[in-house]
Design a protein around this ligand. Structure first.
Ligand SMILES: C[S@@+](CC[C@H](N)C(=O)[O-])C[C@H]1O[C@@H](n2cnc3c(N)ncnc32)[C@H](O)[C@@H]1O
Length: 291
């Protein structure tokens, strides 16, 4: 990078470099990293397009560009930020970067909570950055949420996000596996985006995923191990006529829907994501819950 770089020239150069390196979204990644290095919002890049960029800023940027292109570190981990459900979340290497398809899970979950003022009890299993728990708490201002994870490091990120979003008074965090931290409680909604990849899939995945925690991605040799255990146990924590919604891989949807029926859940349905792929299985408890 020479001495005369402006914002727009740098943007073009980085985009071209990312394109040559085969990144999926070269323009967007370039905008995010340039804005981050300059301490600007993305839109401000265009308002300041002819501003010269100083050597100190370019040095910071070079390192970000190198880590994105060569090491395939996800942009969100480089910037420490990811927007989910229009909420700004902090992320780091201890959590899954929230994915756009998980917004389908939030949409399905909200259908189980029709009263915006309802004092719902919500459980989010495997909360990661807190994305789902915080989106639901944001949408249902009187809901109480329990958000769990096996990873203490993830819970620290999630609770920081809850504080920043001023939702900490209604979202509790607890460490433990699957439904353990919720034992003895009943919920109007249980929601989860658990790890659902098979361990054998690791070699075929995008290199970016190597930077995310394995415990957030892989469930075991089959991929469905945690989904199966979650479905088998969920009736013990659901209130009467409560909702249950889980995210999964498209080829797992029929099997998980079958397990929901076996577990005694009703109104089982498979919901596609925006790309039309089966992404969420939703169901309702019948009379077996105890409020
Ligand atoms: C796919 S990530 C989802 C994170 C977040 N809910 C989201 O949608 O962005 C799965 C999360 O489940 C956690 N996890 C893995 N095994 C678990 C278990 N047995 N019980 C509870 N959480 C678990 C991981 O640490 C990770 O944070």
């Amino acid at each position: 990078m020479s001495e005369q770089w402006t914002v727009v020239a740098l943007l073009r150069w980085i985009e071209g470099h990312f394109r040559e390196q085969g990144l999926d979204a070269p323009r967007l990644d370039a905008e995010c990293l340039l804005a981050h290095a300059l301490g600007l919002e993305r839109l401000e890049l265009y308002l300041q397009h002819d501003k010269p960029v100083m050597e100190a800023e370019r040095a910071r940027l070079r390192e970000l560009v190198r880590r994105r292109a060569r090491e395939r570190v996800p942009v969100a981990q480089l910037t420490g930020r990811k927007e989910f459900w229009s909420l700004p979340l902090s992320v780091d290497g201890s959590v899954l970067v929230p994915r756009p398809e998980t917004e389908t899970l939030v949409e399905v979950a909200l259908c189980f909570l029709p009263d915006r003022e309802g004092e719902y009890r919500i459980l989010d299993v495997g909360t990661g950055s807190g994305a789902v728990a915080l989106a639901l708490a944001h949408e249902r201002k009187k809901a109480q949420v329990l958000a769990t994870d096996v990873s203490e490091a993830a819970l620290a990120v999630a609770s920081g996000n809850a504080e920043r979003l001023q939702l900490a008074d209604r979202v509790r965090f607890a460490a433990g596996s699957l439904l353990e931290p919720a034992a003895g409680e009943r919920f109007d909604l249980v929601v989860s985006n658990p790890p659902y990849l098979a361990e054998g899939e690791a070699a075929q995945l995008a290199p970016e995923l190597a930077h995310e925690p394995g415990a957030a991605l892989f469930a075991g040799p089959l991929g469905t191990e945690l989904l199966e255990r979650l479905v088998a146990g969920v009736v013990d924590v659901l209130a009467t006529s409560a909702g249950f919604a889980v995210e999964l891989a498209p080829d797992q949807a029929e099997r998980v829907a079958g397990w929901c029926e076996l577990a005694g859940l009703g109104e089982v349905r498979i919901v596609p994501d925006l790309a039309g792929r089966p992404r969420v299985v939703a169901a309702k408890s019948r009379g077996q819950g105890a409020d």
